[in-house]
Design a protein around this ligand. Structure first.
Ligand code: CP
Length: 314
């Protein structure tokens, strides 16, 4: 594993889950492994969990973490090769990533999609420009199309709660939102859940089909009631349309998950990556009740990041 930005294999997924479980039980198990090493966490977009959990994970391995809010504190970056830089961009990614690559041992990058330039987004252009020009391992802290550290934490959460003797029914349901939201969390959750061998049902309104490269083998439906029946884990997430790229096609509030939606799913636990729009995506009652795993997911972000960093460290 030279970089970490997608699901690689079930074997690597299992190895990372085992490592994350070890670190959860004993966070300082390898507290000297990263001694003398530095990680640069570059944010082109806001974050709470990803930023702090990655810093804590690095500290627990003895690494120094330096955070740069590039969107607010750095120079405006030109990402395109061969650009004539006589506009608003000040520094080319070739130069900036080259410098960062000489300062750090590992880079980590958050770079959201444009939601307007579909081809650029689905090629994960910005993430790969950092890979191309930094020359060091790069971890995705959420890219245009994937959020793998979130997904590893989510798989850890499912593993912790799943009953040993029963294959869990995992459901990814679209939830309403007032803004156009990226596909990264939904894509990655599907990619990792299917990759780790779980059955996955995905439900969403018409027109919200995800990029099919992330959903091979999933049962896909527009009937939320049927999808939720006998669910064990219900992951709620909004995403904008992929087909009608980046558009909001509906904000139908009947899709908001409430206790009434789970009348035929008595065992169902609910998941969300946070931040969540309360009483828009999910009701307060569910988020504050015993079904909710959202705090456990957020805590597991630390150990997911720690496992990935540990694997990338020499
Ligand atoms: N779930 C998640 O990535 O949260 P942040 O955007 O706050 O990092």
């Amino acid at each position: 594993m030279n970089h970490f930005y997608k699901f690689e294999s079930k074997e690597i997924g299992q190895e990372l889950l085992e490592l994350a479980t070890l670190y959860k039980a004993n966070p300082t198990l390898h507290s000297s492994k990263g001694k003398g090493k530095r990680i640069g966490c570059i944010f082109l977009n806001p974050s709470l969990r990803t930023r702090v959990s990655t810093q804590i994970a690095a500290q627990q391995l003895g690494m120094e973490a330096i955070v740069l809010n590039m969107d607010k504190e750095g120079w405006a970056l030109e990402m395109k090769d061969g650009a004539l830089m006589n506009g608003s961009t000040v520094e080319h990614i070739k130069d900036a990533a080259g410098v960062l690559g000489s300062y750090f041992d590992i880079l980590a990058l958050r770079a959201f999609p444009t939601l307007t330039q579909k081809e650029e987004d689905i090629s994960d252009f910005v993430f790969h420009q950092f890979v191309n020009y930094s020359g060091i391992p790069v971890i995705s802290l959420e890219s245009a199309i994937r959020h793998p550290l979130q997904s590893l934490a989510d798989q850890l959460t499912i593993q912790e709660l799943a009953q040993k003797e029963k294959k869990p029914k995992v459901v990814l349901t679209w939830g309403p939102h007032i803004k156009a939201i990226p596909h990264a969390v939904a894509n990655s959750f599907a990619e990792w859940t299917l990759g780790m061998g779980h059955d996955l049902t995905i439900c969403h309104p018409e027109g919200y089909e995800l990029d099919p490269i992330f959903t091979p083998g999933a049962l896909i439906t527009t009937n939320q009631e049927e999808a939720l029946e006998k669910a064990d884990f219900v992951y709620v997430k909004n995403w904008s349309s992929y087909k009608d790229y980046g558009k909001i096609l509906t904000t139908d509030s009947t899709w908001m998950l409430t206790e009434a939606h789970l009348k035929n799913a008595p065992q169902a636990k609910i998941m969300h990556c946070l931040p969540v729009r309360r009483n828009v995506e999910i009701s307060d009652e569910l988020l504050d009740g015993p079904r909710s795993l959202v705090q456990q997911q957020a805590l597991n972000r630390i150990f997911a990041a720690q496992a990935v960093l540990s694997k990338l460290l020499p």
